[in-house]
Design a protein around this ligand. Structure first.
Ligand SMILES: O=C(O)/C=C(\CC(=O)C(=O)O)C(=O)O
Length: 296
């Protein structure tokens, strides 16, 4: 694999929606720069460099105050790029790491010092070679205090993962709602299954993220302005408003065929969270509880 992919908009518009002061973009990534932070030998995609300067410029442009940087699969279990971005953020970023499940307590503590507050388990076959549930459960049982587990899976394996998720002894945060088919609408099979998961435990959170992925034309969706996403997700946000967070998903890995304008992605916020109270929970109170609880 040699070609590097470019997935982000070079000149995103200014959103019409102004995020409230203190708003957090709680799902984004950094890629490289490759000269300083090489990609994993096992990476399934090689993106162009999208480092911390670009991320922080975008944060300011879109009107956000902080970022939660999620380790992407292309960097494997080497969290150096994520940690470097957090260290240079002036306290405005924290992160989620991907770790070798055999990681030592000392290395977990060092990640905590570096601003990490959770680990991510990725079950997408196109992104990772294997996802050993037994090892994941073992490491989940010895995380630093206050951490959570982020899980990324697609809707077709939700039921299969239920026993595994039930056994995780810390709060769970589900990436992109487990990728439901938003074309099915708010009461479709996928959303119903996801609601059953949320109803099974009060400490399961989710990210109301990725209109550009879930309502992509290549997924049979409508593309920007992603009306199917808005219709399917708004009721979920209203019904589970104390455990939902939001993020841009910048730099949108693997979306090179339908490059999203980040300004338009921000303009999805008032469509899924129409009141100022909901917006405050989605963008501030909820992500603060997970990532900066000491400030509350
Ligand atoms: O931005 C995301 O969350 C989604 C990704 C990439 C990813 O998660 C990873 O590489 O680890 C995807 O679906 O390709």
């Amino acid at each position: 694999m040699t070609d590097r992919i470019l997935c982000w908009h070079s000149n995103p518009s200014k959103p019409a929606f102004t995020p409230p002061p203190g708003a957090i973009d709680a799902h984004c990534h950094v890629f490289g720069p490759i000269a300083e932070f090489p990609f994993s030998a096992k990476a399934k995609y090689l993106p162009e460099d999208a480092g911390l300067d670009m991320l922080f410029t975008l944060r300011d442009h879109l009107g956000f105050a902080r970022n939660v940087i999620v380790q992407a699969s292309c960097h494997g279990t080497d969290n150096a790029a994520t940690l470097d971005a957090i260290a240079k953020s002036n306290g405005k970023a924290r992160g989620v790491a991907v770790v070798d499940p055999a990681i030592s307590e000392a290395d977990l503590s060092a990640l905590h010092e570096g601003g990490i507050r959770g680990i991510r388990f990725n079950f997408l076959k196109r992104l990772v070679d294997n996802a050993p549930k037994d090892k994941f459960l073992e490491v989940a049982s010895r995380l630093p205090k206050g951490w959570h587990v982020v899980i990324y899976f697609e809707a077709d394996i939700l039921e299969e993962l239920r026993p595994f998720m039930d056994a995780i002894p810390v709060p769970l945060v589900i990436d992109h709602m487990g990728r439901p088919d938003v074309q099915q609408g708010p009461d479709g099979e996928d959303m119903q299954a996801f609601r059953r998961l949320l109803d099974s435990r009060e400490d399961i959170w989710f990210k109301a993220t990725c209109p550009e992925r879930l309502d992509a034309v290549k997924e049979g969706g409508m593309g920007d302005p992603w009306d199917n996403f808005a219709t399917a997700v708004a009721p979920l946000v209203a019904d589970y408003q104390d455990r939902v967070i939001w993020g841009t998903d910048w730099p949108h890995p693997n979306m090179q065929d339908e490059i999203a304008d980040d300004g338009h992605i921000v303009d999805m916020i008032p469509r899924i969270a129409p009141t100022t109270e909901l917006q405050h929970k989605l963008l501030i109170t909820n992500p603060m509880r997970l990532y900066w609880p000491e400030e509350l």
